[in-house]
Design a protein around this ligand. Structure first.
Ligand SMILES: [Zn+2]
Ligand SMILES: [Zn+2]
Length: 133
């Protein structure tokens, strides 16, 4: 009888262990990295291809903007690697990148909504201040 209980406990322990071990594998989605320039998500491989292109595009667009809308070049957020394997904390990395991308937005001085500077110029053509009757 005692050995049966022992076996049962061992089995339960095994299942709990397997359950917790399996969880991240089941729930894990392919990791995506947020671009710190445009704020879009990319796969860990395509981000390294996208970033230089995105920065180039950013510089091109920024140069076309009127002086008051030009922004300083976005800086890649520094997040120190964590863990023994040197894996990055993707969540905080993406959060920092997203915030960096958000700081690229410029607020419309008429309605207060935020836009990318080139979008803002298009928007301001149709944005009219509310008339106070
Ligand atoms: Zn980008
Ligand atoms: Zn507006």
């Amino acid at each position: 009888m005692l050995s049966w209980v022992y076996y049962f406990l061992l089995l339960t322990k095994h299942f709990v262990k397997t359950f917790f071990y399996m969880q991240p594998h089941v729930l894990k989605q392919p990791p995506t990295v947020v671009c710190y320039i445009c704020g879009r998500e990319f796969g860990t491989k395509s981000i390294s291809i996208h970033e230089p292109q995105c920065l180039q595009k950013w510089n091109l667009e920024n140069g076309k903007l009127p002086k008051n809308l030009r922004r300083p070049e976005p800086k890649k957020p520094e997040v120190r690697p964590i863990g023994a394997k040197g894996s990055y904390d993707l969540v905080s990395l993406n959060e920092a990148a997203w915030q960096s991308a958000q700081s690229q937005l410029v607020a419309c001085d008429i309605c207060g909504r935020t836009f990318l500077p080139d979008r803002l110029l298009v928007h301001q053509r149709s944005c009219k201040p509310k008339k106070n009757k």
